[in-house]
Design a protein around this ligand. Structure first.
Ligand code: ADP
Ligand code: MG
Length: 268
């Protein structure tokens, strides 16, 4: 699909002049300085930029999971006709999970080590109202793990995160992120905790899943090569601002901003 064709649809998410700060009182410091971005239906968009450039902060603000003292101090996040910065917490919670899925960076810190993987999938299913009744919830959880590529899902339901390899944990998290068949999946460096060969396999799996489900994706990575490989469009962030954005090929072949030119030159 060309950019023009895609742009005829309304964007799934539309972020305007988004400002985000950490800290309180005198120590409040703005780290995202007026970001604008859209993700259109069926698109995969990557945010790239070196560590500390504000990628995670921007992405987690969209799903209302800013860490610590993080808060949105300006701008809007339009999703499904509503500005998510102006709705109630419970409305935001309802959108998160059921309409916007999230795949976090670190598979260990985002699965609770004391709960079985199956229980955590079932909790997600229950929290999002995807199934009712013990058996329906259980069956859907098995289905989610099977789709995530976990062989012998029925048995592995009862196992704990430490009994899974890093790649398998990340597959389970992708399964959880996609369980509700969200319109948008936000993946924050979804493979950076894994070794390079496992990264490829997991990204292939992720790409296949979002294609199957027709999910749009906002994909965060510090790896420009990976972004170019996986995304239709790339947004380049530096120091809390977007310095350049465009179709992946254009960014890779004709980078305009000096920062992007350096990223391209440094990419393997
Ligand atoms: P990236 O994901 O691009 O590596 P982040 O969005 O995590 O960057 O960070 C952007 C800026 O926000 C950095 O200056 C970082 O130090 C700051 N920051 C991120 N998380 C926190 C936090 N929990 N508390 C205070 N500052 C934070
Ligand atoms: Mg980050």
């Amino acid at each position: 699909m060309s950019e023009k064709e895609m742009n005829m649809d309304a964007p799934i998410v539309s972020v305007r002049d988004l400002r985000i700060s950490f800290g309180t009182g005198k120590n409040q410091r703005e780290v995202v300085h007026g970001v604008n971005l859209d993700v259109f239906p069926g698109e995969s968009v990557a945010i790239v930029g070196e560590s500390g450039s504000g990628k995670s902060t921007t992405a987690t603000a969209i799903i209302d999971l800013l860490p610590g003292t993080g808060q949105v101090t300006g701008g809007s996040i339009m999703f499904g006709g509503r500005d998510l910065t102006r709705v109630t917490r419970s409305e935001r919670e309802q959108v998160r999970g059921s309409q916007i899925g999230f795949v976090p960076q670190d598979p260990m810190s985002n699965l609770n080590p004391v709960w079985s993987v199956g229980f955590q999938v079932k909790e997600t299913i229950r929290a999002n109202g995807l199934a009712k009744g013990r058996k329906e919830v259980h069956d859907l959880a098995v289905d989610v793990l099977k789709k995530a590529g976990l062989a012998d899902a029925e048995r592995r339901m009862h196992q704990f995160p430490h009994q899974f390899s890093g790649g398998m944990r990340q597959r389970a998290l992708i399964g959880i992120g996609l369980a509700a068949d969200p319109q948008l999946l936000i993946a924050d460096e979804p493979t950076s905790a894994l070794d390079v060969t496992v990264q490829r396999v997991i990204l292939d799996h992720l790409s296949e899943r979002i294609r199957e489900q027709g999910t749009s994706m906002l994909f965060i990575t510090h790896d420009l090569g990976l972004a170019a490989d996986r995304a239709d469009r790339i947004i380049v962030m530096s120091k809390g601002e977007i310095v350049e954005s465009g179709p992946s090929r254009t960014i890779l072949e004709k980078p305009q901003h000096p920062y992007t030119q350096r990223l391209v030159a440094a990419a393997p």
